[in-house]
Design a binder for this molecule. Structure first.
Ligand code: F6P
Length: 334
């Protein structure tokens, strides 16, 4: 059987299912191409002088790595000329990036975290790129509204596509356009993403959790209760042992959960009162992908995809992964 490239996968979604149009197809292919360029830069590491700090802080006050800055530039340059975008927003930039006036504009809004988990770069652990696509809201005359910050503040349930690349032992791209979540492996010789993990399904039950345990003393009671019960193993109410994993790269932790199940938690706590992860660049796209793979995603009390964003860089509590475990944690919050 012939291999299904990302291009063929997208064309079939356009032609047979009318799930995407030509503009959205071009947009996804362009993001995927940028991810290949980022993958190359990550792989070269110190050989290309890419490691270490850029000497600047981002909008979140975090130290930017050289590869954060480079990845952001790669994504901006790749996407601003295609004529399919109204604006772009990045975790690394305070305000939306408008399309330069000498390029045509389109109907979509692209958001991205150019290099997630970038504290892992210098220690040679997996990092990745997360992206989300929204439609620019229409105004009364049928045209598109001003692509300012307000235009981006739509609930995650309105996303038309989301995906992430993980630059690990292999470079993988996971994508959803609303008909399941699908995984593609980068064939470096061919320069193509090949569909290798169609219709990913997250097992509903799991015995593996991912959380930064060093924050334990600051957690809220429902989270503390859930983790205590996992740690009690066969001697506790759960009656089974649990395993723990924490890569500190959301892309790698979520990829593992898509592959073999698990629950990922970055709850709010006394220090991170609203949570640590970003709603627009991390929680929303990952929630879309996880739900499309049969999993669930909540902030404890509400489905993440239902939240109405209040700011482009808003932080949020995240609990996602195997459905039955996520529902258990949500139940403890009630
Ligand atoms: O938001 C960036 C991020 O690096 C995530 O990818 C990851 O899950 C988390 O932060 C790691 O947090 P910590 O530094 O608390 O382990």
């Amino acid at each position: 059987m012939s291999r299904i490239t990302l291009t063929r996968f997208l064309i079939e979604r356009q032609r047979n299912k009318q799930l995407i149009n030509a503009d959205l197809r071009l947009l996804i292919e362009t993001v995927a191409r940028a991810c290949k360029a980022i993958s190359n830069a990550v792989t070269k590491g110190a050989l290309a002088g890419n490691l270490g700090s850029a000497g600047t802080d981002n909008v979140q006050g975090e130290v930017q790595k050289k590869l954060d800055v480079l990845s952001n530039e790669i994504l901006l340059e790749a996407n601003e000329w295609g004529g399919n975008l109204a604006a772009l927003a990045s975790e690394e930039m305070e305000t939306p990036h408008p399309i330069p006036t000498h390029f045509p504009k389109g109907e979509y809004l692209l958001l991205f975290d150019p290099l997630d988990g970038s504290s892992n770069i210098d220690v040679n652990v997996s990092v990745g790129t997360i992206f989300s696509v929204l439609r620019c809201p229409k105004v009364a005359d049928g045209g598109y509204c001003e692509a300012d910050e307000q235009a981006f503040l739509q609930p995650g349930s309105t996303q038309v596509a989301a995906g992430f690349a993980v630059y690990g032992p292999t470079t993988m791209l996971v994508l959803t356009v609303g008909d399941g979540s699908h995984g593609f492996t980068l064939d470096r010789e061919m320069g193509s993403f090949i569909l290798t993990h169609p219709d990913i399904r997250i097992p509903e039950d799991t015995q593996e959790f991912a959380i930064n345990m060093s924050n334990m003393r600051r957690w809220e009671p429902p989270v503390k209760r859930y983790i205590d019960e996992c740690l009690a193993g066969t001697s506790g109410v759960r009656g089974k042992d649990f395993n723990m994993r924490w890569v500190a790269s959301m892309v790698a932790d979520v990829y593992r959960i898509l592959t073999r199940g698990g629950i990922f938690m970055y709850p709010r706590d006394e220090k991170n009162k609203s949570g640590r992860l970003r709603l627009m660049y991390e929680a929303n796209p990952m929630s879309f992908i996880v739900e499309q793979a049969g999993g669930a995603a909540t902030n404890g009390s509400d489905r993440l995809l239902d939240l109405k964003p209040e700011g482009l860089h808003q932080r949020v509590a995240v609990v996602l992964g195997s459905k039955n475990e996520v529902e258990r944690v949500a139940g403890y919050h009630k």
